[in-house]
Design a protein around this ligand. Structure first.
Ligand code: BGC
Length: 253
């Protein structure tokens, strides 16, 4: 797993600007597999987006075969690229999927990096989705933590920009025999309502602050926009596109 490298292009890439035709190679097709949508865009050699983001709904029964078919369509829609990065919602080691709680059990054991190479004919690297999101947003200083709120709850931890891969805090006990993901995932938000969900989120933030003593906590993912309440000063909301922009860092080592 790469050490974070900060670049001057990071700030403008963060804004989601699409670079002009002067973009450099190698271009990276950056993919984010999510519980509700699969997204992709192409980054130039500096990590600047050079295509608009494309999104295809994640199939209702997201087995490897049907998701790979979706990824093939995303690749086709995205134009040309020389290599592939992919964020996956589960534990990933050396390109191989070890868990896929919110997708389908058939993913366990799949060498997704190899599958993407077969699919696109280009070298591919895969990592946990929250880890990739974090790579795009951390500053590389002290302890920085990332949570992603979507179908599941992703988590990532960095010390001086160095990632602790596959943290999986979401499945750790949080309250009343429920995990963080049981309380802060999409299903709980829908079932219990926003007021309840926001209260649990503030409790989780307090708890995590006391455990990890992070300098900054970043919160991303599709449901981060539902927060709308005051947060501690060292907690920052980050745009969900970071899950795609972070793909460049899989190639920085
Ligand atoms: C998975 C994590 C993932 C998170 C967000 C969780 O259920 O276990 O690996 O990062 O969802 O997608």
């Amino acid at each position: 797993m790469p050490q974070r490298a900060l670049s001057d292009t990071k700030e403008s890439a963060k804004l989601g600007n699409v670079a002009q035709a002067t973009s450099t190679q190698p271009r990276t097709l950056s993919i984010d597999i999510g519980g509700s949508g699969c997204k992709a865009l192409v980054l130039d050699a500096e990590g600047q987006p050079i295509t608009e983001r494309v999104r295809i709904k994640t199939p209702d029964t997201p087995t490897p075969a049907v998701v790979l078919e979706v990824l093939g369509r995303l690749a086709e829609k995205s134009g040309e690229f020389e290599r592939v990065s992919c964020g996956f919602p589960g534990v990933v080691i050396d390109g191989v999927i070890l868990t896929a709680v919110n997708l389908h059990p058939d993913w366990v054991g799949v060498n997704l990096a190899q599958e993407l190479e077969n699919l696109t004919g280009k070298p591919a690297r895969v990592a946990n989705d929250a880890d990739i999101q974090g790579m795009a947003v951390v500053e590389g200083k002290g302890v920085e933590m990332v949570l992603t709120l979507g179908t599941g709850m992703g988590s990532a931890l960095f010390t001086d920009g160095r990632l602790v891969p596959n943290l999986e805090l979401g499945h750790h006990p949080f309250r009343k025999n429920k995990t963080y993901e049981d309380c802060l995932g999409e299903a709980a938000m829908k079932e219990k309502g926003l007021k309840w969900w926001r209260k649990r989120l503030l409790e989780a933030i307090d708890l995590l602050a006391a455990i990890f003593n992070y300098r900054v906590l970043y919160i991303g993912g599709g449901n981060a926009k539902k927060i709308e309440m005051e947060l501690p000063k060292n907690v920052k909301i980050v745009p969900n596109v970071a899950g795609l922009l972070g793909g460049i860092y899989l190639w920085k080592h």
